[in-house]
Every structure is written in C-alpha cells, then in structure tokens.
Design a protein around this ligand. Structure first.
Ligand SMILES: [Zn+2]
Length: 201
C-alpha cells in the first residue's frame, strides 16, 4: 500500500538542497500527521500538496494555499535541521484552504495549534508553546494564540479551535462567534486567561 506521502506529497529533493535526514523527518511527519490535519481542518478531504525548496526565499516556509504548494527556505533549513514540524504548520494552511485567511491572528494561531497537536518532532526542534506573560495579546497570532486556544478548550469550551476553523472555512466567522459559542467575548476570554495565569504564577 502506498504511503500518504507517496500518494499526496510531491517533494523533489534531487538537487540535495534539503538535508537528507531532515527530508526523511518531513516525510515521516507527513505520513503520521497529514490525515489528521485534513480531518481537523478540511472536513477529511486530503489535498495533494507539494514542497519546493526555495534558495532565494528569506523567510522560513510559506504556503500558496490555492495551489496547495509550500516553499521552504534552503538558507533557513540549512541551520535548522530538526525543524521538520514547521512544515506541519504549513500543512495546516494547505488544509485550511480558506477563501479568506481572516482574521490573520486566528488563522496563524490555528496553524500553530495544529503544530502543537499533530507535530512529531517539536521537542527535538526546541519548539513549544509559550507561557502567558503580560506583553502578550490574543492577536499576537502563532504560538501565543495557539496557547490561548488550548486554554479556552481546557477551561471554557472544548473544540473551539475546530469550530472556528470550520466557521472561517464556510465564510461564517465574525467576532460575535466567540460570545455565541462561549458566552464571552474574545477580549473577556483573554482576560480570564490572563487572570488564571497570574493566579498560578
Ligand atoms: Zn502560517
């Protein structure tokens, strides 16, 4: 039986631009997590996707969602040879496949939520969610928002991340969704998160 990567991922490393061990880790991540990512973010539909090593790209990695194409910076990964699960973050974007990546803080928070939930080598990469501090806000996106979403799920409303993903996907997201689903505005939820962390600090 073909692996998920054989069936759904095109990743040509014939020029050796990506470290061979990292390449294998990325394939392993894909095989272990891509189905779960698509179940969570794309109503179970597996999209064919590609990874293209990009020597001229100065960021880390980026997704062209409508083409289901991910580029990864050869410069960055030459120095971050264990950061395979940064691709897990990108595969969430592939699965999100939103018409509008809006609000951006939430779509990026959901991507790092997925990395936390479905990632395989986060520990090896030294990647983890941050603890709360007063300089943060829920609009910070990425890891800060991911940590907040997990707290909301554990303490207020289970499944909020998937519910919000599905709402953005259907074009039904609005700020009022937080109140409708949890009884609190997102600002009130953030304040609860802050207070809970201050209390235990
Ligand atoms: Zn992202």
């Amino acid at each position: 039986m073909a692996t998920l990567a054989e069936e759904y991922l095109t990743f040509d490393n014939s020029e050796g631009l990506i470290d061979a061990k990292l390449y294998d880790m990325i394939i392993d991540c894909f095989n272990k997590s891509y189905k779960a990512i698509c179940d969570f973010y794309n109503f179970g539909e597996l999209r064919k996707t590609s990874i293209v090593p990009a020597p001229d790209y100065d960021g880390v990695a980026a997704t062209y969602s409508h083409e289901a194409k991910v580029i990864m910076s050869t410069k960055y990964y030459a120095n971050h040879k264990l950061d395979a699960d940064s691709l897990t973050h990108e595969w969430v974007h592939v699965a999100q496949n939103y018409d509008n990546y809006n609000p951006g803080w939430l779509t990026e928070g959901l991507a790092d939520y997925g990395r936390e939930k479905f990632g395989i080598y986060n520990k090896e990469a030294g990647w983890s969610l941050p603890k709360y501090n007063e300089k943060q806000n829920y609009t910070d996106a990425y890891r800060v928002t991911a940590a907040f979403l997990i707290w909301v799920e554990d303490n207020v409303c289970p499944n909020i991340a998937k519910t919000m993903n599905d709402k953005i996907k259907r074009g039904e997201y609005k700020d009022e969704c937080w109140k409708e689903l949890t009884g609190k505005t997102v600002e009130e939820l953030w304040q609860m998160y802050a207070d809970a962390n201050k209390a235990t600090a």
